[in-house]
Design a protein around this ligand. Sequence first.
Ligand code: 5GP
Ligand code: MN
Length: 346
Amino acid sequence: MLTEIMDLDKVQQFKSWLDYAKDIAVVAHVSPDGDAIGSSLGLAHFLRSQGKTVHVIMPNGFPDFLRWLPGADEIIIYDKHRELGGRIIMETDIVCCLDLNAISRMDQLANVVQKTSAKKILIDHHLYPEDFCDIIISHPKISSTSELVFRLINSMGHFDDISTQGAECIYTGMMTDTGGFSFNSNNQEIYLIISQLLSKGIDKDRIYRRVFNTYSESRLRLMGHILTTMKTYPAYRTALIKLTKKEQKSFNYIRGDSEGFVNIPLQIKNVVFTCFLREDTEKNMIKISLRSVGNFPCNKIAAEFFGGGGHLNASGGEFYGTIEEAEKVFETALAKYENELKNTKD
Ligand code: 5GP
Ligand code: MN
């Protein structure tokens, strides 16, 4: 049996909304990852099983390796279909905001979500949720929003309404946000949930292959290139990788091609902290991704040096300047956190 972690008053409130609502929109964060897409589609499948008209709207595009997910082909990409996306959000009865803790994480989509008079629910696992929804279901200790979607459906008494397709989406989000259950995944109940998803007929081994083993040739070559230019800082148990716009062009980079790169240097013995700097082709900034292991709080570095935040072991931010300047700032951070890095328990 799963432990009930949800606040049942909130579950009941959401359930009562569903009694009258007909149209529901599901949205998630910009540059949606496996958990953002998996939780959104998982929730959408369930809501459709309840007779609702559901639109899933993402602020911008998502990586190819998620395209096979049931329902992914119907996702509306807001930065390509602003008018349609905007109209749906303004006219819908409920907006479900998933896998984000701040309205700004929806980028341009935030403007319409703010304006609409629809009821709003937040379902998320990031720290410090902003108070912009009528119902806030926030559980930072849970490793994925997809798990929360499963728990919410379960708590509403609708386990039987989870379809194989919905279960595939939920499993994908749980799997991607834990690196294939290799981090943030010691909670026993994750495996109870997986067992229940398997009872819905999902093929978890196939899902793994579809997500992790369907890369393009150019992504693999880009990975090779990035690793040859990787910088290591043995004294700080840290590694840094970078990707300039020029390199993106010469490797036919498409969005999502560098997904997961930041984790690779953690495979080096004794490395506990990694940074990935990428020149963004759309916005004039450097996107920073940070990862750590053990008790080293990479979200502190993201907040202090790059105006960002995130989880203890996975965080990010932005830098306005050149990639070389961002690298210098990162090195300043390393010097400041030398002791913590040396003493990190991995
Ligand atoms: P990623 O490196 O995969 O882009 O992001 C990892 C995590 O860091 C995200 O799940 C999110 O919690 C956090 N994050 C990434 N970029 C930003 C940012 O610009 N601002 C904030 N506040 N958090 C971010
Ligand atoms: Mn997530």
